[in-house]
Design a protein around this ligand. Structure first.
Ligand SMILES: Cc1ncc(COP(=O)(O)O)c(C=O)c1O
Length: 481
């Protein structure tokens, strides 16, 4: 078999054809070819007081971050063989896969025209790739491009131990990360208020939410420290249950708040994650949608210990319907998300991946950056329209912070303890639709005076009209309280 498969590395074959028993962590480590054994890096840190922030000499024990369900996942043999198809030398006769023959597909050509008039055409081999099964990790040329982009943007210190996985939007990777790690009833640390999509992914696991409040600069490290000290009182960081191991954060353009976590806070939070052996889920779909002079420094950029899983998205800068995102992080964990994909969607749509890859090939990084700048300028002007309208119509009626990134204005309505009925019943009659803050609370049964307004779609005229309607509504509401 080895001879037929040419230069396919032996460790790859071992991984493809594991023994009949369950897929073991040791086999996964064998697959990566770098992590020879799993050493409990925190075993000498039995209590928080004994812990210091350690530099990463010893690999983390990632099994801590896997729940029993994900530990039982094993590679799909067919999916692993599909990978070989992508790297097999020319002349290899491929009896293995169940690929439909693209000659039977009805599509002959796809021409994409960009708004600047440039075009590219998918035909022949590139169209075949776009219509054919691909490895679960992603269309190989795209994976290569994403690696290069991530290295350039974040320059992660742990790069050789990281892997990248293309996902169907960042939500796909994110929800699979929760599924991979959380066990029913376990505590999980979240920035609060929290993105509804993350809430929806976590809630079925019936977690104990440890909600860390935000101020105008995002999650508060002082509150995080207090909570962690309380959680780990008389407990070891190696306790399997009862202590948190995951921390979910949206550092740039928090949804719903629009906050950006400053570098100093990130450093403090990262140090706490090291001290308490936490995995940081860095959900950063608005990374490029900030209104600041410089790009933020990501958690991934400072991840000396290999404890960050980062989720990127092309939804906000290329297209949301193209459904493209990617996960970057420790190979062992990214591999587990990949195994989950292997039994679900098999891989993210090839057509989307090939279109994106061709676009990145056509655009050098200068052109891509120019495009991102134009997207930033667009949303910044929308944000400014929204703020002008808020100042004109809502002054005295509500409070807000100016969003530093993202798509939303988070507004606290004054003198109304709970906006639920106002928003869900009476706002519709006033021709204005907003989201009640409850949607972003771990416990939505609590009264909430906040609403979330999106400034991405309406024109300036519509923004003003909507704000005027909202102001009327709030005044009426306040008069009843
Ligand atoms: C904070 C956050 N995370 C993840 C997502 C999901 O994005 P995607 O379209 O990449 O799945 C969103 C979408 O709005 C979001 O606001």
């Amino acid at each position: 078999m080895t001879a037929n498969l040419g230069n396919v590395p032996l460790r790859f074959l071992h991984c493809m054809f594991p023994s009949r028993g369950q897929y073991k962590m040791s086999r996964l480590i064998c697959y990566t070819g770098r992590w020879k054994c799993c050493v409990k890096s925190v075993s000498n840190h039995s209590t928080p007081s004994a812990m210091s922030t350690h530099t990463q000499q010893v690999p983390l024990d990632y099994s801590r971050f896997l729940n029993p369900l994900s530990s039982r996942r094993s590679p799909s043999k067919i999916r692993e063989i599909t990978k070989l198809y992508a790297v097999a030398p020319p002349g290899t006769v491929f009896f293995a896969g169940g690929f439909p023959n693209p000659r039977t597909f009805p599509f002959a050509e796809t021409k994409i025209t960009l708004k600047d008039g440039t075009t590219f055409t998918l035909s022949g081999k590139s169209l075949e790739s776009a219509l054919q099964y691909q490895p679960t990790q992603g269309y190989p040329p795209l994976v290569k491009q994403l690696r290069e982009m991530t290295l350039k943007t974040h320059n992660p210190p742990n790069w050789e131990n990281y892997e990248i996985l293309v996902t169907t939007g960042s939500q796909d990777g994110l929800s699979k990360a929760f599924d991979m790690s959380l066990e029913e009833g376990e505590p999980v640390i979240v920035q609060h208020p929290i993105y509804t999509g993350a809430l929806a992914a976590i809630k079925p696991l019936c977690p104990q939410f440890i909600c860390i409040p935000e101020d105008e600069n995002g999650m508060r490290p002082d509150k995080l420290k207090e909570s962690l000290e309380a959680c780990f009182k008389n407990k070891s960081v190696n306790d399997e249950r009862g202590v948190p191991k995951l921390m979910y954060i949206t550092p740039t353009g928090g949804n719903p708040t629009g906050t950006v976590l400053p570098l100093e806070r990130k450093k403090e939070i990262y140090q706490l994650a090291c001290k308490y052996n936490l995995l940081i889920l860095e959900d950063d779909p608005y990374y490029h949608l900030h209104f600041m002079n410089e790009n933020p420094i990501s958690f991934l950029s400072m991840d000396t210990e290999g404890r960050v899983l980062r989720f990127d998205s092309f939804s906000k800068i290329l297209s949301s319907g193209i459904r493209l995102g990617f996960v970057t992080g420790p190979k062992q964990l990214v591999k587990m998300i990949e195994l989950h994909m292997q039994v679900g969607c098999l891989h993210t749509a090839s057509l989307s991946q090939v279109i994106a890859s061709n676009l990145f090939e056509l655009w050098d990084s200068g052109k891509l950056n120019k495009h991102i700048e134009s997207v930033q300028t667009f949303y910044k002007s929308k944000r400014d329209m929204m703020i002008r309208a808020a100042e004109k119509y809502l002054t005295g009626l509500a409070e807000w912070n100016v969003p530093k990134a993202g798509m939303f204005l988070w507004v606290k309505v004054k003198g109304v303890q709970d906006v639920y009925d106002m928003v869900s019943i009476r706002a519709v009659q006033k021709n204005v639709l907003v989201v009640p803050g409850h949607a972003f609370l771990a416990d939505p049964s609590q009264p909430c005076p906040y609403i979330r307004l999106s400034y991405t779609m309406p024109s300036e005229e519509e923004i003003n009209k909507g704000m005027a309607n909202l102001a009327e509504l709030i005044k009426e509401e306040q008069s009843h309280h």
